[in-house]
Structures are given as C-alpha cells and as structure tokens.
Design a protein around this ligand. Structure first.
Ligand SMILES: Cc1cc2nc3c(=O)[nH]c(=O)nc-3n(C[C@H](O)[C@H](O)[C@H](O)COP(=O)(O)O)c2cc1C
Length: 226
C-alpha cells in the first residue's frame, strides 16, 4: 500500500475475527515497525506476542481485578481524568464509538459492557505487549521511542490487512500481564496493542476519528509571511 493511503485509512479496530495471526505475519509487521527511529538508535523496545490460553488468562485476570475495584497498576506514570479540551476530544471519540454501536449515553449497562470489552482487549486473538529496558527508566526518552515504534506497528499492521488498537485498558493490571506474558524483570510494560483480522460487520471498526485542522497545531516562525 502507498504510505499516504495507509496513514489516511488506518483506524483503530475494536472488533476482531477469531482467526489467529500467524508467526510469519507478526514477524513481518514487527520487522517494519522496528524501522522506527529511536534516540541514538538505542531501540529500547521489546515485543511479547501473546495469544491463546495465556492471553485468555490476561483478559480474565485484568477483568476480574478491575471489577473487584483493584486500583490500576501501570508501570509508567498515568494521567488522571482528562479535563478541558482534552476531555472534550475524549468525549467526541467516545460519542462516535457509542453512536456506531448504538449505545445510548443513559444505557449504563451497555456502556459498562463496552468498557469490559476494552479490559478483554476487544477479544482480539493477539496482544502485542510492548516493553522497554528497565535500565532506561527515570527519563522520558525510552517512552518517546516506544511511542514511535507503536505508531509504526499499527500502521505496518494496517498495511498488511491486520487491524490493531493500542489498548491501555488491556494492561491496567500490569502484574497479571507480567505473570502470564512472562515479562522479564528487567523490562517495563509500556502498553499493549490488541491485533487481529477486522470483523466486517462491527460498526465501531468504521469510525473515522477526527483531527484538529493542521493549521491549528502548527506555528511558523521565521517564515516570510509569519
Ligand atoms: C496511549 C494510547 C492508549 C490507548 N488506549 C486505548 C484503550 O484503552 N481503549 C481504546 O478503545 N482505545 C485506546 N486507544 C486508541 C485511541 O482511542 C485512538 O487511537 C484514538 O481515538 C484515535 O483513533 P484512531 O486510532 O482510529 O485514529 C489508545 C491510544 C493510545 C495512543
């Protein structure tokens, strides 16, 4: 696929066919993703491709602990609730997804069901848990590098016909992920990406998220007409 086509067409996929993503495809996607730039080419990332029974155990443990009110335990710093313009943008995408899935704001049961789907990594057949070397904690550069590689990963997947959603919800309970994905002690869990072949008849998969106009996010300095 053309680069521009991939970038413009990619969207987060939240409904997956049960078909597995085979190892060769995972390797193909990751070999593209790892062309991402990183600080001084340190490539601090690791990928743990989790499927089958271990992934089911992660879904179950994550859901169980979240429902039991166990406080979220991420291994990177988290923001609190979004406010202001960020909250407004969050509400727009939530509204688009709920509209697509025909979930009314007042329908607490179905909204809760949607949240639970997120905790279950949208029942994807594959979760790629992204980690980085613990030696690089206490600064934000490795986190920047992981963001770069994850962006490359979701676009690489899309270019190969594999859907993906970066899924912070899926690793809210990091000890569960650490145990069942067998994450080594010298790595920090950054996030996970739920992946698989997109379901055609799952309306949330057709949602095109909005973006601020590019003129609103850039300022030019030193340009003749600035
Ligand atoms: C750090 C990060 C965490 C995310 N976590 C979730 C999540 O837990 N659940 C979810 O449905 N989407 C999650 N997303 C996906 C975003 O909602 C999505 O990328 C955004 O709304 C833009 O939509 P698009 O990917 O379709 O362009 C996450 C994205 C990022 C970058």
């Amino acid at each position: 696929m053309e680069f521009e086509h991939v970038i413009r067409q990619r969207r987060s996929i939240r409904g997956f066919k049960p078909d597995p993503v085979d190892k060769a495809t995972v390797l193909d996607i990751l070999s593209l993703a790892t062309r991402a730039p990183s600080s001084m080419n340190t490539q601090p990332w690791h990928f743990h491709a989790v499927a089958g029974a271990p992934l089911d155990r992660i879904r179950a443990g994550n859901t169980e602990r979240n429902l039991a009110g166990v406080e979220a335990s991420r291994e990177i710093r988290m923001h609190g609730p979004y406010a202001g313009v960020h909250r407004e943008r969050q509400k727009v995408i939530a509204g688009q997804l709920f509209d697509a899935m025909d979930i009314a704001w007042e329908d607490r049961a179905r909204r809760q069901d949607w949240v639970l789907r997120g905790f279950r990594q949208f029942d994807a057949p594959l979760s790629v848990v992204v980690t980085f070397d613990k030696a690089l904690t206490d600064n934000d550069i490795a986190i920047f590098d992981c963001g770069a590689v994850v962006n490359c990963l979701v676009n690489a997947a899309w270019s190969k016909g594999v859907g993906a959603v970066i899924n912070g919800q899926g690793i809210m309970q990091s000890p569960v992920v650490r145990e069942h994905a067998r994450i080594p002690d010298d790595q920090v869990i950054m996030s996970c990406v739920a992946m698989g072949y997109p379901l055609a008849d799952f309306p949330a998969n057709d949602v095109v998220s909005t973006r601020r106009p590019v003129e609103d996010v850039v300022s030019f300095v030193g340009y003749p007409d600035a």
